[in-house]
Design a protein around this ligand. Structure first.
Ligand code: LM2
Ligand code: CA
Length: 472
């Protein structure tokens, strides 16, 4: 359950946060597939509580396991999964089964269902109060029992040790597997017992016929472990991959200038990160881009220069399975996706002629630098880091075998030096400032001599990356 099942020569999971299924299907066909992305993570797909002013977080408050949200219904979802698989892009679903919706009194769901919270009654599953833990609040993160059996921010806490609850969860997940999904993000895994999750995962079907026979679903579990708490990320790695929040924090700190880049030479387990195959990595996610683990250190689209460097490093370095955040613009943390003020329907991203998004969507995955580095990662797959160079401070460079070369300059001034690129002689397009288009580079062109050397100028707070797939 550690294999993401990417098609060959594809990598990266794009979290198309709050996108509608119809738009995701089109994005798979027109952009993600042609540009080498591995898969998409969709926001929770099952019926959620309608919360006043439609904040993004309402999708973490389930009402039932019927597939109907502002992203679309079951039909839309199935069509999307088929279309994405057909063009070689996998789909991963965010699964919220630690808890159900909170509220006072009756709560209405996105599919017309209701719940009555004082009775912990969710008739469209159905769940009643016997399926939940006793009400208590999580205050003490040094107490694993409290973390697992009490309520996260007041959300009624399901008891996954019960056979009935396990069956409801397994049935929901197996239905999605049979539709063709490749795996799951397990929301709030830290708040569930590893043993209960193990029983649930073991009952999951093998993947559908879009996959090799006998394939197991990819599982990545959200466990925030920055140290100093009772629950450890290592408790979950035998079950599946784990979201590595320490990666997000440390990479952000480094490219924010709070830790010298030269230390990244030992990036990986020496930093206290999980072994690579267990590690789902990201610069920011939908939570910590607004608040939460890592807080103000976390880099996001709001700091584009530093953010691009951090994402480029993540994709240039072989460690982990990378996930790219694709956001909507927000001014306050609870702000929901762009929506029509009267109908509250989500407004689709509109794609401009230069390939970027508008209508309130950031579409980081469409930034030239980020998509360029997806191409880089695919090209250098399996090649080791070689020829590490640094200036003993905030400029670093390395090769990936003899297929790729990348240099990062997080100094206040431009840098110009002769580098050993490990590449064969010829002209290459920098995939950060532009791309290869026919026989020309739309950005910087890098010429490498017969000794693999090249004089390269890197602007302050930027990156230059070249690979054998962008040779002209
Ligand atoms: C997660 N991982 O463990 C998600 O990644 C995170 O986004 C979810 O929190 C959380 N677990 C629960 O699924 C978000 C959000 C919270 C929000 C909850 C529930 O960060 O702020 O809580 O979703 O929608 C909100 C209110 C909170 C209130 C709660 C219950 O912010 O003040 O607590 O609803 O009504 C009384
Ligand atoms: Ca729990």
């Amino acid at each position: 359950q550690h294999n993401p099942h990417f098609f060959p020569n594809r990598t990266g999971i794009v979290h198309l946060f709050e996108w509608k299924f119809k738009d995701i299907a089109r994005e798979c066909e027109t952009y993600l597939s042609p540009n080498g992305f591995g898969g998409v993570q969709v926001s929770p797909i099952n019926e959620n509580a309608i919360v006043f002013k439609r904040p993004w977080f309402e999708r973490y408050q389930p009402i039932s396991y019927r597939i109907i949200t502002r992203s679309g219904d079951e039909n839309d979802f199935r069509n999307m999964v088929t279309k994405c698989n057909t063009v070689g892009v996998r789909v991963y679903v965010d699964i919220v089964v630690n808890h159900m919706a909170a509220g006072n009194g009756q709560v209405n769901g996105t599919g017309g269902g209701t719940a009555f919270i004082p009775d912990k009654s969710y008739p469209n599953v159905p769940y009643n109060e016997t399926h939940f833990h006793e009400t208590c609040a999580i205050n003490d993160y040094n107490n694993a029992v409290e973390v697992r059996n009490c309520e996260l921010v007041g959300l009624p806490d399901l008891d996954q040790s019960l056979e009935y609850v396990r069956a409801r969860i397994v049935n929901f997940m197996n239905k999605l597997i049979d539709f063709g999904v490749a795996g799951f993000r397990m929301d709030a895994a830290k708040h569930m017992w590893p043993n209960d999750l193990s029983v649930i995962y073991n009952r999951l079907n093998n993947l559908s016929n879009y996959f090799a026979t006998g394939s197991r679903p990819f599982i990545y579990q959200e466990v925030i472990d920055l140290g100093g708490e009772a629950v450890k990320k290592t408790e979950y790695i035998s079950l599946g991959a784990v979201t590595e929040f320490k990666f997000s924090l440390e990479i952000s700190r480094a490219f924010r200038g709070h830790n010298e880049l030269k230390w990244l030479k030992s990036w990986g387990v020496k930093w206290g990160l999980l072994p690579s195959k267990y590690s789902l990595v990201f610069v920011d996610n939908h939570d910590n881009q607004r608040n939460g683990a890592g807080g103000s250190e976390i880099l996001t689209y709001k700091f584009p220069k530093m953010y691009v460097m951090a994402v480029a490093f993540m994709l240039a370095h072989p460690y982990g399975t990378p996930r790219i955040m694709s956001s909507f613009f927000f001014d306050f943390i609870d702000q929901g996706p762009p929506a029509n003020v009267s109908t509250e329907e989500i407004i689709s991203p509109k794609i401009l002629s230069n390939g970027t998004c508008t209508n309130g969507w950031v579409c980081e995955h469409r930034w030239t630098e980020i998509v360029g580095m997806i191409g880089f990662r695919n090209r250098v797959r399996g090649e080791a880091i070689a020829n590490w160079w640094d200036n003993d401070n905030n400029a670093i460079a390395f090769c990936r075998g003899n297929k790729g070369f990348v240099v990062f300059n997080n100094e206040p001034d431009d840098l110009q030096l002769t580098f050993n690129t490990c590449l064969s002689r010829g002209n290459y397009c920098d995939v950060i400032s532009g791309r290869k288009s026919g026989n020309i580079c739309t950005g910087q062109q890098i010429s490498v001599n017969e000794k693999g050397k090249s004089v390269i100028r890197i602007k302050a707070q930027s990156v230059v990356a070249v690979h054998s797939g962008a040779k002209i």
